[in-house]
Design a protein around this ligand. Structure first.
Ligand SMILES: [Zn+2]
Length: 143
């Protein structure tokens, strides 16, 4: 099962990434879920206006932005630290991570629109010394 996520802006439709669960590369891609509050907090672009507060939004998680075929990365967004003590959890490659801060926005590599996702700093829950970076692409932002 594979799916190619494309930019949802009409005149663009640029292919951003192909997700393939069965691929040899699977340990570099995963799916996780975050709620609508997360989308609102970071003002991520969404195709539909009628998401419910309780809706789980699917995010494609990647090891790094090099997994994308075509993506743009914003400048650092130092101001977007998580200050409300909401504990957002992300699963990646069978491990659970706590979101510590958001660093950069992901935008379309062709039309520069978005934001479609984030680059975040995370900490593994079972092993807090494992701090790393992950990319989150909101599937509610793309087609
Ligand atoms: Zn685009």
């Amino acid at each position: 099962m594979s799916h190619t996520y494309k930019c949802s802006f009409k005149e663009c439709s640029s292919e951003l990434i192909t997700f393939n669960k069965k691929d040899f590369n699977a340990e570099k891609q995963d799916i996780t879920h975050l709620n609508k509050a997360f989308i609102e907090k970071y003002k991520l672009f969404t195709k539909s206006q009628d998401l419910n507060a309780t809706d789980d939004i699917e995010f494609l998680v990647t090891d790094s932005f090099w997994e994308f075929d075509n993506i743009g990365v914003s400048r650092s967004i130092e101001t977007l630290k998580l200050e409300d003590h909401t504990q957002y959890k992300v699963t990646f490659n069978k491990a659970e991570y706590l979101l510590k801060s958001a660093k950069k926005y992901l935008i379309c590599g062709d039309c520069d629109k978005g934001p479609l996702g984030l680059i975040v700093d995370v900490e593994e829950i079972a092993n807090p010394s494992n701090k790393r970076e992950l990319c989150l692409l909101s599937t509610a932002s793309v087609v």
